[in-house]
Write a protein that binds this ligand. Structure first.
Ligand code: SAH
Ligand code: SF4
Length: 434
């Protein structure tokens, strides 16, 4: 069967979609890139904010009207449960975020469901709940970079977040399984892996282990040919001395962390249940920047959390300045059913959320430029990605800090080149081959 997977949401979803593609190809199906050619279309959905869910479900709704075989996977399925078929009556199957491994089997079973499919969708539902997902290690390797899921689910209960409800409790994959997966990727030409978990530094914590994540990093650093290791997302509680020691010891661990802070106001952080104060967060930042002043930090912010005052907002602005974020992603608060904060009045107006979003974006634009300007004249080690999308004469790649670097002159994708920076912009560095 010719199939296509559309993906919405986070990197975890991107990785799950890749695994589904690999499993489907292994089952004899053919991946196509044009929706018109596909006989089966799968949409991998997000529900972290209502708008994200609406986009994925809206796309699926359109696809259900085309007569193709259709499947919805991911977080929105787990939120909607059986109601997914009220919203999408012609849908053939829906699988939760821990059940994607069942898709090839479900697709095979649909061959016998022609009568059902002629009247409405076949409406097969597999929620998966807290199951250990199968197919986590399935890859179709197409480049030099790969995502590897190490921790599934989330045991933090941030007040606003639906992720623990939809992705279930934490499950840390055995180290040996992860090592075997990365070794096999490297044998097939992968040079950079990004380890994924909602709060990835909690790897092993549910099993009572301490510093299991730095130990995993150290083990992966022994793999010859693996040039770069990244991981996401991080939490300040996981920024231990042991993590810093491992950073110091192994240059292949990239000097970049995505360290979502959400707010700079202690009062809001407490209400969110983030388990750190502003001072504790900034102490983690200091630890990383003391070790490497160029350590790149990116973050997530929520604006307009219930009861967020102008003063709370200003505290977020000042924290962002103090932390010196290289990039940030700002989200407008969206109440999610079943979460603790959904019981609070969503009392910051849409206009005010929009204003706060714009203010933070403008701050980041200026700060990004300031931070990048400090790199002018330095030489960056850049892993080549390919020709730049905007200008084919230019090539682009990323430095260890995940900064985009652009220069003139073709170089093989996946190789590491030295680029002297000549020009800085807020989101990109320009330079020449050194
Ligand atoms: N596991 C990651 C976050 C996953 S969700 C972590 O904790 O690091 C990605 C981002 O979406 C969060 O960091 C948060 O900024 C945002 N987000 C989550 N729930 C939200 C909500 N209800 N409204 C607005 N933004 C939200
Ligand atoms: Fe959501 Fe918090 Fe878990 Fe991140 S750590 S997925 S924000 S509950």
């Amino acid at each position: 069967m010719k199939f296509l997977v559309h993906t919405y949401g986070c990197q975890m979803n991107v990785r799950d979609s890749e695994a589904v593609e690999a499993l489907m190809i292994a089952a004899g199906h053919e991946k196509v890139s044009d929706e018109n050619d596909a006989e089966l279309v799968i949409v991998n959905s997000c529900t972290v904010r209502q708008k994200a869910e609406n986009k994925a479900v809206g796309k699926m709704g359109y696809l259900c009207s085309t007569g193709k075989m259709t499947g919805l996977m991911g977080c929105a399925v787990k939120r909607l449960k059986r109601d997914v078929f009220k919203v999408l009556p012609k849908l053939d199957f829906a699988v939760g975020p821990r059940a994607f491994g069942l898709i090839p089997q479900i697709v095979a079973s649909l061959a016998d469901k022609k009568p059902e499919r002629d009247s409405k969708g076949a409406q097969i539902l597999e929620l998966g709940d807290d199951a250990v997902p199968t197919g986590l290690d399935a890859h179709e390797i197409s480049g030099f970079k790969a995502f590897v899921t190490v921790l599934v689910g989330c045991d933090n209960r941030c007040s606003y977040c639906i992720v623990p409800d939809v992705r279930g409790h934490e499950y840390s994959r055995p180290e040996a399984e992860i090592v075997a997966e990365v070794e096999s990727l490297v044998k097939n030409g992968v040079k950079e892996v990004c380890l994924l978990g909602q709060s990835v530094l909690r790897y092993g914590v549910r099993d009572g282990k301490t510093d299991a994540f730095p130990a995993l990093l150290e083990r992966l650093c022994q793999i010859k040919g693996l040039e770069r290791i990244r991981f996401t997302s991080a939490h300040p509680k996981g920024c231990t001395d042991e993590l810093v020691r491992v950073y110091r010891t192994y240059p292949q661990i990239c000097r970049h962390l995505h360290l979502p802070v959400q707010s700079g106001s202690d009062r809001i952080l407490k209400e969110m249940g983030r388990r750190y104060t502003r001072a504790e967060y900034l102490a983690a930042v200091k630890k990383l920047r003391d070790f490497d002043p160029e350590f790149a930090l990116t973050t997530d912010i929520i604006v307009g959390y219930p009861g967020e005052t102008e003063e709370d907002f200003e505290a977020t602005r000042s924290l962002m300045e103090e932390a010196g974020f290289d990039n940030s992603f700002v989200f407008k608060y969206s109440p999610r059913p079943g979460t603790r904060s959904a019981k609070l009045p969503d009392d910051v107006s849409v206009e005010e959320k929009e204003r706060r979003d714009q203010v933070l974006l403008a701050d980041q634009e200026r700060r990004g430029l300031e931070r990048n300007s400090r790199l002018v004249g330095t030489v960056r080690e850049v892993m080549v990605e390919g020709p730049s999308k905007r200008n084919a004469a230019r090539w682009s790649g990323r430095d260890g800090g995940n900064r985009i670097v652009v220069w003139e002159g073709a170089r093989p994708a996946g190789s590491v080149v030295k680029v002297r920076i000549t020009e800085a912009h807020s989101q990109i560095l320009i330079g020449e081959l050194a």
